[in-house]
Design a protein around this ligand. Structure first.
Ligand SMILES: [Zn+2]
Length: 398
């Protein structure tokens, strides 16, 4: 028979342990007495949990502290390099893989300027793609002499809708792929896989590591080849009933406008994504650009075509943001993706357009920031997913 009392005790024990790990992770080192005082539990509870954590190798003893009389208290120190996590971002033009420690420091990084996934059309191609990823993951561990047993798992950021329970990428319009089973990679690497939409992952990273550390309600706007948004409500990631909330990139901005890869016309991402910006320049100019750094170089040099395209681009970006603010009224809007590297060119100009002729809200009501983690938001966010179970009390998803 299920013993409810013991289940409750297990939950409380687990919660105490997580609180202790979180405290030590943020403070670095503390005595057992300080831990007990800080989280309001008894010394014996702290001692039994610390003993477990010592055995697991997540903390170590680090000498003794000052005593106000009696035995000197033992200092316990958090070991950030006791466990690791992989983050993988699969984009239209590149694959990025990072290995981080428990302090979210990047230990090793590999970037491939290729898009192998959207080229993978057959089952054999997909198998080969996962073989390649698996080899890179193993090589990264080997080069840092990290054992598989100390790796918590692999988080993967994807530009599309995902089913994280079934480990399936359901649809990524910009990669033109559907129903990719990441369970295959889990088998090949013998590691747990965590999938997340890239904008949701980025919102999570900003919340835990970035500009939004003390924020409750925010919308993260990911501007890459396409556009996605991650919504945080009262510290929870809002995903909705079908886990597809935040597809603002496909809200209609222009009736009967440009054709989108999703099949509709006039979607926001056809006007305000990185690709839209490049396409606008390339159709209006004799020379052709392949990336946005070339665009911003020309813009800063005072190129007239770039100036007018940039102004129109910001108009469209602002219209979408105004709509999002009217729907959600968040504390903060965070602009992310490669474009956020050009913060000084975007933020002030964008604010002016968002708040002009606007009787509903002004700059005093909503803050607009560039992402602190820049193009690393999504990948840092997914690298946190394997650590969730170790650190956070719950997954915090609505
Ligand atoms: Zn669309």
């Amino acid at each position: 028979m299920l013993n409810l009392k013991s289940v409750d005790q297990e939950i409380i024990k687990d919660a105490n342990k997580k609180m202790i790990i979180n405290l030590l992770r943020s403070q670095g080192e503390l005595t057992k007495q300080q831990i007990a005082k800080n989280i309001g539990v008894s010394i014996p509870t702290v001692i039994s949990n610390i003993n477990e954590l010592l055995q697991e190798g997540i903390v170590e003893e680090a000498g003794v502290g000052d005593s106000s009389g009696g035995r000197k208290p033992v200092i316990v120190r958090f070991k950030p390099n006791s466990r690791y996590s992989f983050g993988i971002e699969l984009g239209l033009y590149c694959i990025k893989i990072i290995l981080t420690n428990l302090d979210s420091e990047i230990i090793e990084e590999v970037v491939l300027d290729v898009d192998l996934l959207s080229e993978a059309k057959t089952e054999k191609d997909i198998n080969e793609f996962f073989d390649k990823i698996s080899v890179i993951v193993n090589n990264m561990m080997q080069s840092k002499a990290i054992l598989k047993a100390s790796v918590l798992g692999i988080g993967i950021a994807l530009p599309g809708t995902v089913n994280e329970e079934k480990m399936i990428l359901e649809w990524a319009p910009n990669l033109a792929i559907k129903n990719i089973d990441f369970g295959i990679l889990s088998k090949k690497t013998d590691m747990k896989i965590y999938l997340e939409n890239e904008a949701n992952a980025a919102a999570l990273a900003e919340l835990r590591l970035g500009v939004a550390k003390d924020m409750k309600n925010l919308v993260y706007i990911s501007i890459t080849e396409g556009m996605g948004t991650g919504i945080v409500v009262q510290d929870y990631l809002y995903k909705g009933k079908n886990k597809r909330a935040g597809e603002f990139g496909h809200m209609t901005i222009v009736k009967d406008g440009r054709l989108c890869k999703c099949g509709k016309r006039g979607c926001w991402e056809q006007y305000a994504s990185e690709l839209a910006l490049l396409n606008e320049y390339n159709t209006n100019s004799v020379d052709k650009l392949t990336n946005i750094s070339e665009f911003f170089k020309k813009l800063q040099a005072g190129n007239e075509i770039c100036k007018s395209i940039w102004d129109e681009y910001l108009e469209y970006l602002a219209i979408g943001i105004q709509n999002i603010i009217l729907i959600l009224d968040p504390h903060y809007i965070i602009i992310g993706g490669r474009i956020s590297n050009y913060e000084n060119l975007i933020i002030e100009a964008l604010k002016e357009k968002v708040f002009t002729k606007n009787s509903f809200f002004g700059p005093e009501n909503i803050k607009i920031f560039a992402s602190k983690l820049k193009s690393y938001s999504a990948i840092m966010g997914v690298s946190l997913l394997p650590m969730q179970k170790l650190f956070f009390l719950n997954d915090k998803i609505l």
